[in-house]
Structures are given as structure tokens and as C-alpha cells.
Write a protein that binds this ligand. Sequence first.
Ligand code: SF4
Length: 228
Amino acid sequence: MTNPTGAIRQRDGMTFAVVTRMPAGIVTPADLEKVAKVARTYRVPMLKVTSGQRIALVGLQPGDVQKVMDELGPLAKPETAPCVKFVQACIGTEMCRYGNQDAIGMARAVDERFKDKTFPAKIKIGVSGCPRCCGESHTRDIGIMGTNKGWTVLFGGNAGTRPRFADIIARDLSAADALDCAVRVSEYYRAHAKAHERTARFMERVGMETLKSELLTLLPYIQIEKVN
Ligand code: SF4
């Protein structure tokens, strides 16, 4: 059986999951009502809130996948090519008393810049409003973490079977420079990574010294002596 486009085959080999697109994990009542309506219409056996702050509609029959996507509209996140799977975020200065920076605003800006890009392997992004790092920035492919001096950009983290802490690419950046830095590092990865090579393995192979000399020295807002 071929996969319906954009769906994820489930363990039983016969049913599929469709995952929503919810940047920063923010949803409106209307979004939730739409997901609930679709789930009732197609008798979806399970709705799962994922670790990436999305909702998976699990157990779809193959013939229902496209109809579910069509009804979800912009809320659907087809899994077609390696791309940004999600941009998760903590609540940041929007609500958290510890927040140093606006994590939700940053996550939305990041999602906007990355949503149409494809990569050699999947990318997960975590944005945190302070170094307590509730957005899991150290173990995501791209991490952006707020401090009382600005934003820290991290790259190459992974929480999988071979966990890896991300490398610190730059510290104390403005929001605009942090976003620019994340985009440029991801473009470097896209240009130099092997097919299916996750960022963690890429950084192990290429190394910070190469990244520094080939990319970071070209970014005027990065003080290279501060980069680990
Ligand atoms: S990372 Fe910091 S700002 Fe974000 S929720 Fe956790 S404590 Fe609050």
C-alpha cells in the first residue's frame, strides 16, 4: 500500500496519522472546534497532543486522509519532504514571570521564515524565553533561547537514540539577528549535509571550527571569541 500524500503510516501498517500545523503550540477555540468536528466526522480513534505541540489525528483510514486534510485546511501539516516539523515554544514574556524574551513572538517569526523550506533531513525547532529552557532549545536541531542580554542561537541538538546537546552558535543577539543567524546556519546545513543527515550528526562530522571559519566569521553581529 502506498502512503497517501502527507500522511504518516501507523504501526498497524493500514491506518495513517495527519498532524496539525500549530506554530508555538498556539491554537484558537475555532481551531480546536475544527479539529473536533473533523475527528467526529471521520471517527478518528485518537487525538494525540505531540511533544512538538501539535495535534495528531491518529488511526485514519487511507481513503479519509485527503478529505481530513482538505477539511483542516491551513491547520493540516502534510508530511511530504524533509522540512521543519514544528516550532515549539514556551510562553516566554507573554505570561511567564521568569521570561527574558518573547518566545511566542520569536517562534511565530521563525515559523514564518522556515515554513516553506525543505532540508536534507527533518528539522525541529525549540524556542525558550529564558535559560530554564522549557522550549527544549538545547536538544532541538535549531534552538533559540532568550537571556537577559538578548537571544542565544543553538544548532545541532537532538533528543533521539543518540542524544546531543546543540552547539552555541552565537549569544546576545537582537531578535532580528538571531533569526538571520538561524536561517544562515540552516542554509549552510542544507548546502553541505548528506541526504538524511540530521543536524546532530552533521555537526559531529563537520565540527564547529569549520562552521566558524566558513560561515560565522562572515556574520558581522557575531563576536567569534564568544562562540564556544
Ligand atoms: S523557559 Fe523560562 S520563560 Fe519559558 S516558560 Fe520556562 S521559565 Fe518561563
